[in-house]
Design a protein around this ligand. Structure first.
Ligand code: PMP
Length: 354
């Protein structure tokens, strides 16, 4: 840290992304990426012509892609906001609605970036404990006095709230913005996008990083009232109006045109998830019922940290979190059936060695 850094940031604990090691080739089940490549149409869109156009700035409003997303979800373009990954949107949401001492509420076990953004923007935040079974009690998020951030399905648990429960939370907080982070919704959850037509305090955030195989392109979007989307544009234009590059805009548009391809991938991933869960249960693991492209599992026979390290030695990366309540768990991204077969074999070897 330099002596020049603003005091506000000196104690800031930055977000720690999942490791992206370059030392050897791993079966990578640690950052919830899709195991499948982008669709052929998406690949074709990132072509020489578009690359030549890199000399030109991109459309700061990404109008073509915005319209496609609006049409797909049955809303108007003015209700859609694009950004450089959904992290970019979460950052703007904290900045707009929960900064400088304003309150925010999120679960104690959820996406780790919420508390980082809350600290970054000086939010007075409260972490609401999950229930014993790691579910969210919707009532505890009702009628609070600040912004609400809920990942649905939640990460790293994979558990989902029903649309009724989500609506109850939105309805009971008319004076505060409720952000529903649907990064994993395409793997079996229920989206709240339609509720944006009914509630002006709702912002639904989604990403192209998981179900649409574009984590490396950095593209997220949000749906909400014209006014909320306007707020986000104001902040975006005050920081970086060109936050989405041309190649990503082109890829994103082609992606929406090949929705069927991605729907099929989601189905495959969901089937592989259930296979992996059943196999792990055979070794005595308990696995939370996931609606995401990962599972959250623990075994009474092996410590979570130890399993993570032993799998890494065997060339398989999974995610281990050290916080007290979940330190015996591991989060395992669902790969291809072949990758998950190898994962299961390696787990079997480790359990036998134990
Ligand atoms: N929300 C949740 C719940 C996530 O797990 C992630 C992925 N780390 C994100 C948002 C951010 O995804 P991205 O910025 O790649 O869209």
């Amino acid at each position: 840290m330099s002596k020049f850094l603003d005091e506000r940031y000196s104690s800031l604990a930055a977000y720690v992304p999942g490791e992206q090691p370059q030392d050897k080739k791993y079966i990578k089940l640690n950052t919830n990426e899709s195991p499948y490549p982008p669709s052929p149409e998406t690949l074709a869109a990132v072509n020489v012509g578009e690359t030549e156009n890199l000399r030109l700035y991109p459309d700061p409003d990404g109008r073509i892609l915005t319209k496609k997303i609006a049409d797909l979800y049955g809303v108007e373009s003015e209700n859609v906001f694009l950004a450089n990954g959904s992290d970019d949107i979460l950052n703007f949401a904290f900045m707009a609605y929960c900064a400088n001492g304003r309150k925010s509420y999120f679960a104690d076990i959820t996406y780790g970036f919420y508390s980082v953004f809350a600290n970054l923007h000086g939010s007075d935040y409260t972490e609401i404990p999950l229930e014993k079974d790691f579910s969210i009690d919707a009532d505890k998020f009702c009628g609070v006095d600040g912004g609400v951030f809920i990942a649905n399905p939640n990460a790293p648990t994979g558990l989902a709230l029903s649309l009724e429960e989500v609506e109850k939370i939105i309805k009971s907080n008319p004076e505060n913005v409720v952000v529903i982070d649907e990064a994993y919704v395409d793997f079996g959850g229920e989206s709240a996008v339609n509720l944006t037509k009914k509630y002006d305090n709702l912002l639904v955030v989604q990403t192209f990083s998981k179900s649409r195989s574009m984590a490396g392109a950095r593209l997220g979007f949000a749906v909400g009232s014209k006014e909320i989307i306007g707020d986000l544009h104001k902040l975006r234009y005050s920081t970086n109006p060109y936050n989405i590059n041309r190649l990503t805009l082109a890829a994103g548009s082609a992606c929406i045109d090949s929705q069927n391809y991605y729907d099929e991938n989601c189905k495959k991933i969901m089937a592989t998830r259930e296979f992996t869960k059943t196999e792990l249960q055979k070794f005595g693991f308990s696995v939370l019922p996931s609606k995401a492209n990962f599972i959250f599992a623990q075994s009474p026979l092996i410590d979570g940290g130890e399993l993570y390290l032993k799998l890494k030695e065997k060339g398989v990366l999974i995610r281990h979190f050290t916080s007290e309540r979940i330190k015996n768990f591991n989060r395992i991204t669902i790969g291809t059936p072949e990758e998950m077969q190898i994962f299961i074999e390696k787990v079997k070897e480790i359990m036998e060695e134990n």
